[in-house]
Design a protein around this ligand. Structure first.
Ligand code: SF4
Ligand code: SF4
Length: 179
């Protein structure tokens, strides 16, 4: 048997709606005098905490040379399959032939990236680093697949001790010199 639920009848003040309007205005009035927490983005930029992980970028060493050795560890570890590395060979007659590889192309699909930082943790050369950029936007999906040029432009230079262009002996001296 169907049960009919009786609706409560509105009282006199409820039918006036005035108490509800006044209580709504009271909430608005109280919030007018509270400190503002909303930022007028993009005119006002948020203060990012130390260690903030924004979009992944590729970085160069202190001499402006690319650090990536196209080992593809980042590509394999990326849980969202956002990275595609196309390894390139360094010519045998180059003074840097001992390094063997550098990326011919490197792409990150920012639509797939979840900013987890696993690529940065896996990289043996500290060549891929999550930096402060959180504003990833574009007019098309294709624009949001960052290529090597764009990733280096975003990443800039990261002066640290890991420099693949130096031979192991030079790197050992570099390490020794810093102590
Ligand atoms: S960014 Fe690092 S982990 Fe990825 S291919 Fe280059 S060297 Fe390897
Ligand atoms: S931050 Fe995470 S999801 Fe984004 S490219 Fe790196 S490993 Fe992939």
């Amino acid at each position: 048997m169907a049960i009919v639920v009786e609706r409560k009848k509105l009282g006199f003040f409820e039918r006036l709606y005035l108490p509800q309007i006044i209580s709504g205005l009271w909430i608005t009035l109280k919030n007018i005098f509270r400190p503002r927490v909303t930022l007028e983005y993009p005119d006002q930029a948020p203060v990012l905490p130390v260690g903030y992980r924004g979009a992944p970028t590729l970085v160069k060493d202190s001499e402006g040379r690319e650090k990536c050795v196209s080992c593809q560890l980042c590509e394999f570890v990326c849980p969202s399959k956002a990275i595609t590395v196309t390894p390139g060979e360094i010519p045998a007659d180059s003074q840097y032939a001992f390094i063997e590889k550098a990326p011919a192309e490197f792409k990150i699909d920012m639509l797939r990236c979840i900013y987890c930082g696993l690529c940065e943790e896996a990289c043996p050369e500290r060549a891929i680093v999550l930096q402060n950029n959180f504003s990833i936007n574009g007019a098309s999906r294709a624009e949001l697949i960052y290529n090597k040029t764009k990733l280096y432009a975003e990443g800039g230079v990261l002066p640290d001790k890991i420099m693949k262009w130096k031979r192991v002996k030079d790197n050992a001296e570099l390490e020794g010199g810093s102590h």
